[in-house]
Design a protein. Structure first.
Length: 284
């Protein structure tokens, strides 16, 4: 199947990044948000990212202008009706996602492919809201989307070979490296990453080392570009907590259970960079 027009549900950090890389790589892209204000904020984020790419010599001005011309924003789900591919990147809530997919299923053409950028929910439970399980898969990008090369293409037991082939080609057309993942909560990366991050919180909680020494140990001892506690602040402690809760419900294994310290920090509003304070403090 040839993808020409892409819809993106959600213009937050991930959704705007996905919309940007689609528009930059020749796809007519429409991004939908729940309000004009949020849509404008998402478009502003994309425009800022495109401007930075030009400033850094990663993109020429004419290509920036062409990408912007291929991008439109809306608050109406109906405006995604003509899309060949729709990528969902809204809040990590099963009911919210399924309501959107059920609505899309009614208005989109039978050949349209639906994907979710979820990082922890299973794709099968999302596809159940539609009548196209064969044309439903996971397409999990990584933050920041314009920079990170990896995309997990997640196949359910019902996803067709044609759908997977289309999505692999699509990911490559965005300049990404696709990997195929089984439809388990967390897929490949988060199934390995989340327990590691939670163990770092437990290590801090148990006094194994200071926050600085835990991060320095993994950066200098293992060659990681960012220590686990810094990474948690970057991802968002609230986001990680929600993902861990979903994965623990799925697997019922202790390694996926959020540590008490993580829960307390989330309850205290210490989400990391986005709130100005997490394991570290950040200026405005």
């Amino acid at each position: 199947m040839k993808v020409k027009r892409v819809g993106v549900l959600g213009a937050g950090l991930m959704g705007s990044g996905i919309a940007e890389v689609c528009a930059r790589n020749g796809y007519e892209t429409v991004v939908r948000e729940v309000s004009d204000a949020l849509a404008a904020k998402g478009v502003g984020r994309i425009e800022s990212s495109l401007a930075k790419a030009v400033d850094r010599g990663k993109l020429v001005a004419t290509d920036r202008d062409a990408a912007r011309a291929r991008l439109s924003a809306t608050t109406k789900v109906d405006d995604l009706a003509a899309c060949d591919l729709v990528v969902e990147a809204v809040v990590e809530n099963l009911e919210t996602k399924n309501e959107l997919f059920a609505e899309l299923d009614r208005i989109c053409g039978d050949s349209a492919i639906f994907c979710s950028n979820t990082s922890s929910l299973t794709i099968t439970e999302l596809s159940a809201a539609t009548r196209r399980p064969d044309r439903f898969a996971g397409l999990h990008f990584f933050n920041p989307v314009p920079v990170m090369k990896l995309v997990e293409v997640v196949r359910t037991i019902a996803t067709s070979d044609e759908t997977i082939a289309t999505l692999v080609d699509f990911a490559k057309s965005l300049g990404k490296e696709p990997v195929l993942a089984k439809d388990n909560s967390g897929f490949i990366v988060n199934r390995l990453l989340v327990p590691y991050l939670l163990d770092a919180v437990r290590a801090l909680e148990e006094g194994v080392g200071t926050r600085e020494d835990i991060d320095k140990g993994m950066e200098l001892g293992c060659g990681h570009p960012m220590g686990p506690l810094k990474l948690l602040d970057f991802v968002g402690l609230d986001t990680t907590y929600a993902i861990a809760e979903i994965m623990f419900t799925e697997y019922r294994e202790k390694r996926f259970a959020p540590p008490p310290l993580l829960k307390r920090m989330v309850l205290a509003g210490r989400y990391g960079r986005k709130s100005g304070r997490g394991f570290y403090e950040y200026g405005s």
